[in-house]
Design a protein around this ligand. Structure first.
Ligand SMILES: Cc1cc2nc3c(=O)[nH]c(=O)nc-3n(C[C@H](O)[C@H](O)[C@H](O)COP(=O)(O)O)c2cc1C
Ligand code: SF4
Length: 518
C-alpha cells in the first residue's frame, strides 16, 4: 500500500530548505523502490522545527524535524515509511507541546491537509459553514457573525458583523468583498501561512461574506512579495470554480459569487484599506479621507466589505459550529482565537493559535521559549511597526484589545517581535520614525514632515545635542502626529517611539564618556 509523506511546501518551510528535502526524499523513494506519495502540505506553524516532515502510518502521523537533505538517507535507513525511530523523531505531531497547547479553529487544517485538494478540505470539515450559509437569510448570516464577537484581525479590531451589516443595509447595483492580504506588519505571517496551507478556507469565508451582504464579486489583494501565496490562491480559486464552490450557483444555490486574485506592487501603506482600494483600482496607493466609509462607497465607488485574511478565514468555523461556540473562547470583548505570530529573537518562532487572554509573559517565555540568543528578553514589539515596545514589567498584560490599549499598545495583526538586552531602544525609536518617513503616502503634513523631523530630533539625542530639549520636542511631535494624522501610519508611529522613550529612558541618554586615562 502506498504511504503518504507530507513535506511542507509553504514559503516558511521552503526558506528553511524544504524543497531540497523533498528532492532527496523523491530520490530515496525511487532508488529504494518504495511505494509512496508525497504531499506538499502547509506548515503547522512550528517554524523552529521546519522542515518538519510527516509520515502517515497505520498508527497515525509521525513527524521528524528539523530535517535537512543530508538526514534523508539515515531517515530511510531508520524505517521512515513506517514511522521508525530516528534522532529527529518528534512522534505524533499533535502531541508536540507547541502544537498540542494550541486552540486551532481558524488554522485547524493548516499543515494537516493537502492545501489544493478540495476532497481533503471537505473531509476535514471544509464547506460546512458555506453550506449552512446558503440555506440562511443574509441578515441571519450577518447576525451569526456579529454574535460570534469576531473583530477584524487586520489591526483595528473593528467588529466584523457591524461592518457587514453596514454593507448589507446599503442599497447598490453592485457590492464587493475585498480581502486585505497585504500583510505588511513586521514579524507577521499568518495570512501567508493560511493562504498557502489552507487556501479554500479563505475562499469559503469570502463566499459567505458575499452571500451575507449581497456581493457577487471578490478580490484578494496579495503583496507581490508573496509569490507562493499568489500561486496557491490562484490555483485554489480555479479548483473552487470548477467544483461549483464559486460561480453563478454557489454550492448549487441561487447565490452567485466569484473572485480573483490581484497582486499589489508592495508598499506598507497599501495595506491601509482606502489606499488598498486606490491600488486595486489601478492608481497609486494614497489614503482616501473618510467619510465616505468603504462600506458605503468603496471599490469603484460601490459598498465594499474589506476584511483581513484571518477575519474572513475565521468565518467558516463560525458558520459551521455557531456563534456561541466561537464566542466561548477569549476574554472581555476579545472573543474567539487569535493566531499569535512569534518572531524576532525568539527561540521557538512560529504561529500559535490561542484563545485571547494569554499573558504576554506566557507567550514570550513559555511558548516562545525566550530569546534565540539565550540572553534576557529586553523588549517585545507587539502589533507590527506601529506597535508599542513592551518591557518585562508589562508582561502580565493579557492578550486582549482593550488590555493592550490600556497600556498604550495595540494588538494589531498579532505579531510579537522579541528583542534581547543588546537592543538599543533609541535606535528602535529612530527606526520607527524612519520607517514612517519612507512609507508615508505623503497626503498629510504631520506624517510626511513630522516623521522626517522625528528622525532628525532622535539623531540629535544620539549625538548628545541638548538631549532633554530634544526629548520634549519628540514628545510634542508625537502628540501632533497622533492626533493630526489622517491614517494610522502617522497616527500610530508615536506608539513605538513613545513606548521606547517611556519604558527604556536609559537608552535615550548619551553614552557615558570613557574616563580619561590617568
Ligand atoms: C498603514 C496601515 C497598514 C495596514 N496594513 C494592513 C495589512 O497589511 N493587512 C490588513 O489586513 N490590514 C491592514 N491595515 C488595516 C486596514 O486599514 C483595515 O483596517 C483592515 O483591512 C480591515 O479588515 P479587518 O476589519 O478584517 O481587520 C493597515 C492599516 C494601516 C493604517
Ligand atoms: S498619516 Fe501618513 S500614510 Fe496616512 S494619510 Fe497621512 S501621510 Fe499618508
Amino acid at each position: 500500500m502506498s504511504v503518504t509523506i507530507y513535506i511542507p511546501g509553504d514559503s516558511g518551510a521552503l526558506a528553511l530548505g524544504a524543497d531540497k528535502v523533498a528532492k532527496a526524499i523523491e530520490k530515496g523513494i525511487a532508488t529504494r523502490g518504495i511505494d509512496a506519495t508525497i504531499v506538499r502540505n502547509g506548515s503547522r506553524g512550528a517554524y523552529f522545527l521546519e522542515p518538519m516532515i510527516e509520515v502517515a502510518t497505520d498508527a497515525g502521523r509521525v513527524a521528524y524535524g528539523p530535517v535537512s537533505a543530508k538526514d534523508v538517507a539515515s531517515l530511510f535507513d531508520a524505517g521512515l515509511v513506517s514511522g521508525g525511530g530516528h534522532r529527529l523523531s518528534l512522534g505524533d505531531p499533535e502531541k508536540i507541546p507547541f502544537i498540542a497547547k494550541q486552540t486551532r479553529l481558524t488554522f485547524a487544517r493548516c499543515g494537516v491537509t493537502d492545501p489544493l485538494s478540495l476532497d481533503d478540505y471537505k473531509a476535514h470539515g471544509g464547506l460546512t459553514g458555506l453550506a449552512n450559509a446558503v440555506a440562511m437569510a443574509p441578515a441571519d448570516i450577518v447576525k451569526q457573525v456579529a454574535d460570534s464577537g469576531l473583530r477584524g484581525r487586520g489591526g483595528a479590531g473593528f467588529p466584523t458583523g457591524i461592518k457587514w451589516k453596514t454593507v448589507l443595509d446599503t442599497t447598490a447595483d453592485r457590492k464587493y468583498i475585498v480581502c486585505n492580504a497585504d500583510e505588511g506588519d513586521s514579524g507577521t505571517f499568518a495570512d501567508r501561512m493560511i493562504m498557502e496551507g489552507d487556501p479554500f478556507v479563505l475562499i469559503e469565508g469570502m463566499a459567505i461574506a458575499g452571500i451575507a451582504v449581497g456581493a457577487t464579486k471578490g478580490f484578494v489583494y496579495i503583496r507581490s512579495e508573496y509569490p507562493h501565496a499568489v500561486r496557491a490562491m490562484q490555483r485554489a480559486v480555479e479548483i473552487a470554480r470548477r467544483a461549483g464552490v464559486l460561480g453563478v450557483n454557489v454550492l448549487g444555490s441561487p447565490n452567485a459569487f466569484d473572485m480573483e486574485v490581484r497582486v499589489g506592487a508592495g508598499a506598507y501603506v497599501c495595506g491601509e484599506e482606502t489606499s488598498l482600494l486606490e491600488s486595486l483600482e489601478g492608481r497609486r496607493g494614497i489614503v482616501r479621507a473618510k467619510p465616505p466609509l468603504p462600506a458605503h462607497k468603496g471599490l469603484f465607488g460601490k459598498p465594499t466589505v474589506i476584511n483581513n485574511v484571518i477575519s474572513l478565514a475565521s468565518v467558516p468555523v463560525i458558520m459551521d459550529r455557531g456563534a456561541a461556540f466561537y464566542k466561548d473562547f477569549g476574554m472581555g470583548r476579545s472573543r474567539g482565537t487569535i493566531p499569535l505570530q512569534i518572531a524576532g529573537n525568539a527561540r521557538n518562532g512560529g504561529l500559535f493559535e490561542a484563545a485571547f487572554g494569554l499573558t504576554l509573559g506566557a507567550i514570550v517565555d513559555d511558548i516562545g521559549g525566550g530569546t534565540a540568543t539565550g540572553r534576557p528578553v529586553k523588549a517585545v514589539q507587539v502589533g507590527g511597526p506601529l506597535g508599542a515596545y513592551f518591557p518585562r514589567a508589562l508582561f502580565d498584560t493579557p492578550f486582549d484589545y482593550e488590555a493592550f490599549a490600556a497600556k498604550d499598545g495595540l494588538i494589531g495583526h498579532a505579531g510579537i517581535v522579541v528583542f534581547d538586552d543588546t537592543a538599543d531602544m533609541l535606535k528602535q525609536a529612530r527606526f520607527a520614525m524612519e520607517f514612517c518617513a519612507i512609507e508615508s503616502c505623503g497626503k498629510c503634513t504631520p506624517c510626511r514632515i513630522g516623521s522626517t523631523r522625528g528622525v532628525e530630533t532622535l539623531d540629535k539625542i544620539a549625538a548628545n545635542i541638548e538631549p532633554e530639549k530634544q526629548i520634549a520636542l519628540v514628545t510634542d511631535l508625537c502628540n501632533t502626529m497622533k492626533f493630526g494624522s489622517l491614517c494610522a501610519l502617522g497616527g500610530f508611529t508615536p506608539y513605538p517611539v513613545m513606548s521606547a522613550l517611556n519604558h527604556f529612558r536609559e537608552d535615550f541618554k548619551p553614552a557615558p564618556v570613557a574616563a580619561a586615562a590617568e
